[in-house]
Design a protein around this ligand. Structure first.
Ligand code: CA
Length: 196
């Protein structure tokens, strides 16, 4: 299991490569976007645990990406570390005021220093196993549904309101959303067959 997913939004391939390697080596899953628009789309679709965000980006800049992240109920809590350029203190100030959690100065902080900031923020984030890895098992055996229930921390011990038996979680892949890792979950009573 990865320690979590980090989205790197950076238009310079050299910087992407450095941070990708360092973070992957530490056990994080790293995904990349090359411009602000792609970055914002990936925040929405991939739900990273943390975003490393360059400010000077093609299409839409890092400030606009940050603004969208903080304005959207689904993404507003994701930690964001901005990459700034040395000497641009006003950018750092603006980024922090807009809700960035921290900043680094590009080419000035070593990857190790940046890593320690990332580790600090990631330690506050709850990383759950990727649902994707259970995709094939979910609809084959109830035992796997129980395992998933435990792994992702869903509450067990629900009693059937009808017959008081312990209910089990049933998971069904939800292809309507066009992505394999979505599923629909509901509780089923093994005794009387009621579901919720
Ligand atoms: Ca840039």
């Amino acid at each position: 299991m990865s320690k979590g997913t980090i989205l790197l939004v950076e238009d310079q391939p050299g910087f992407r490569r450095i941070y990708h390697d360092v973070l992957e080596h530490e056990g994080y899953e790293v995904i990349e976007a090359q411009d602000g628009e792609e970055g914002w789309q990936m925040v929405k679709s991939r739900k990273p645990h943390l975003v490393l965000l360059d400010l000077g980006l093609p299409k839409i800049d890092g400030f606009e990406v940050l603004k969208r992240i903080r304005a959207d109920a689904e993404t507003k809590a994701v930690p964001v570390i901005i990459f700034s350029v040395l000497g641009e203190q006003k950018d750092v100030k603006k980024g922090l005021e807009m809700g960035a959690n921290d900043y680094t100065v590009k080419g000035f902080y070593t990857p190790r220093q940046i890593l320690s900031k990332i580790k600090g923020l990631m330690s506050q984030v709850e990383v759950k196993p990727s649902i994707n890895s259970y995709k094939l098992k979910i609809d084959t055996a109830q035992g796997d549904a129980n395992k998933l229930q435990n792994e992702i921390g869903l509450v067990s011990g629900y009693q059937c309101p009808n017959c008081k038996s312990e209910m089990v979680l049933e998971l069904l892949p939800d292809y309507v959303r066009n992505e394999g890792h979505w599923f629909t979950a509901h509780f089923v009573c093994p005794q009387c067959g009621k579901s919720f």
